[in-house]
Design a protein around this ligand. Structure first.
Ligand SMILES: [Cu+2]
Length: 135
């Protein structure tokens, strides 16, 4: 092999490696685990970037069902007065049955401060509230 073609092969390999790295980033969203224990979220404060998919892995370690509903103040006000009894249709509104784990992937379109709250009766009053800062 001439030195020119060897250099061409090296460049090609470098490009392939770079391609793998770049597509690898796109294929696996950022993952954040939130554990629910004694009707509280841990962590209860999170910061995520806007414009990229973020997968939330929500582990319910309690023997009762919970919700994880993320949004702004207006959304939470609607949920306080009641929407659906079980949430599965939107990535931002998840019901996590007792002792199960649910995953949801969300791309936040703009920076802001949101909250995640469980709107089952009395859970918010008990402290089932978290803050999500989107940067
Ligand atoms: Cu709850």
């Amino acid at each position: 092999m001439s030195s020119v073609s060897r250099r061409a092969v090296a460049l090609l390999l470098a490009a392939l490696l770079l391609g793998v790295v770049v597509s690898g980033c796109g294929a696996s969203p950022m993952r954040i685990q939130i554990t629910i224990h004694y009707s509280h979220y841990d962590p209860s404060r999170l910061t995520v970037p806007h414009g990229v998919p973020v997968t939330f892995v929500i582990v319910n370690s309690d023997p009762i069902d919970h919700e994880w509903i993320v949004g702004d103040a207006a959304l939470h006000q609607r949920h306080r007065t009641g929407t659906e009894p079980v949430h599965n249709a939107r990535p931002t509104e998840i019901t996590i049955p007792a002792l199960t784990t649910r995953e949801t992937t969300i791309t936040f379109d703009k920076p802001g401060v949101l909250q995640y709250i469980c709107h089952l009766p009395k859970h918010e009053d008990y402290g089932m509230v978290g803050w999500l800062t989107v940067t």
